[in-house]
Design a protein around this ligand. Structure first.
Ligand code: SAM
Length: 344
């Protein structure tokens, strides 16, 4: 994090892409070839985010990320980073992913260190290639549940097993969590909570929910249904939600891949039953991590504009924002929420 401008190290290490030997083994190559041939964009997004963590390794310690991302996604993002650097871009590709990961890590750690959520269960919805269970020792007293499509979880388990069977550094493939359970489920369906409970999740126990890079892939009604289910848990036990939300202009970014948005998640979540909500924007003091020091980069310019603006008056471009939101609620704070569950 030595570069003061755009988050890349000053040395030239980022110029060369070094791949772990295991990525070249027949077994792992074959798995990644299948991903490219058979997975849709939803599942492939798991590898894209892992590539971000792998290439921002000077900021994020995720030694399994490159193996889980695969060569194609690593090369694609590496090429973009190189071009950004050569063009002196103010925003380097992947920086949002890096900041987002670090924000979720730090909020999770703080939550688990607080008396109300100590030893809480941790559930990752749309866990993808997330390796927090292997990276974060704050999970040592937590039962961790990773929820995703069965295809994603199977591939993840197979790659991690290949790493365990090889000479890969064994300390990286040992879970630091009290327990780790993978739960194959589609959170658009009605049965995902039942599947989670069957896997061991206890609704009456304090829980931290991690929704990182997932909620905007759902439709408005699917996302609202998931958020309502989580908010309803506040009446049973201390509940913490960590989630990132796109605002409306952001959903236009990628050929309608993104659907759900909320311009005011800090109003929406209390209307559902969460009592404490804190919203941060990329570049805020708690969502910065020394990676966004240029005052003129896109994120810092957006932060200086009112959130109600959908178009930037300086350049006429849409104000695409990613909100990082922490919300919580407890039975003792609970108030009745019979009001409308519509968006603010
Ligand atoms: C952008 S990735 C994020 C993965 C992980 N949270 C991270 O930050 O690295 C989105 C993940 O959500 C999963 N996902 C998307 N829709 C889902 C659904 N309806 N049910 C379960 N998982 C889903 C995808 O398979 C993918 O692994």
């Amino acid at each position: 994090m030595s570069d003061k401008v755009n988050g890349l190290p000053e040395d030239q290490a980022w110029q060369e892409l070094k791949l772990p030997d295991l990525l070249n083994s027949d077994a792992v190559r074959e798995i990644h070839a299948t991903i490219e041939k058979e997975w849709d964009f939803l599942k492939r997004s798991a590898c894209q985010t892992a590539a971000g963590r792998a290439l921002w390794k000077h900021a994020i310690h995720d030694p399994l990320a490159d193996l889980l991302a695969g060569e194609t996604y690593l090369r694609n993002l590496h090429e973009k980073i190189k071009n950004d650097r050569l063009n002196n871009a103010r925003e380097i590709s992947g920086v949002i992913l890096a900041v987002r990961t670090l924000w979720f890590d730090s909020r999770l750690e703080d939550a688990l260190n607080s008396p109300t959520a100590r030893a809480a269960q941790v559930v990752l919805l749309g866990a993808g290639m997330d390796t927090r269970a292997y990276r974060l020792s704050c999970l040592k007293d937590s039962d961790v549940y990773e929820v995703d499509f069965s295809g994603v979880l199977d591939v993840k388990t197979t790659i991690l097993q290949a790493a365990a069977d090889s000479a890969y550094d064994s300390q990286h493939i040992m879970s630091k969590a009290k327990s780790l359970t993978r739960v194959a489920a589609d959170i658009r369906e009605n049965d995902w909570m039942e599947k989670l409970e069957t896997a061991g999740y206890i609704p009456q126990k304090s829980t931290v929910w991690i929704l990182e890079g997932i909620i905007y892939y759902l439709t408005q009604s699917q996302a609202m249904q998931v958020l309502r289910i989580l908010a309803n848990k506040c009446v049973l036990a201390h509940t913490v939600l960590l989630a990132d939300f796109m605002n409306k202009p952001s959903t236009t970014l990628s050929n309608s891949v993104f659907q759900f948005y909320s311009d005011w998640p800090d109003h929406l979540l209390p209307s559902l039953g969460f009592t404490n909500v804190k919203l941060s924007q990329i570049g805020d003091p708690d969502a910065h991590f020394g990676l966004l020091n240029d005052p003129l980069n896109l994120f810092n310019r957006l932060r200086s504009l009112p959130r109600s603006l959908q178009t930037n008056p300086d350049d006429g471009k849409p104000c695409c924002r990613l909100y990082l939101v922490e919300a919580s609620g407890s039975p003792d704070q609970n108030v009745s929420h019979n009001g409308p569950n519509t968006q603010s």
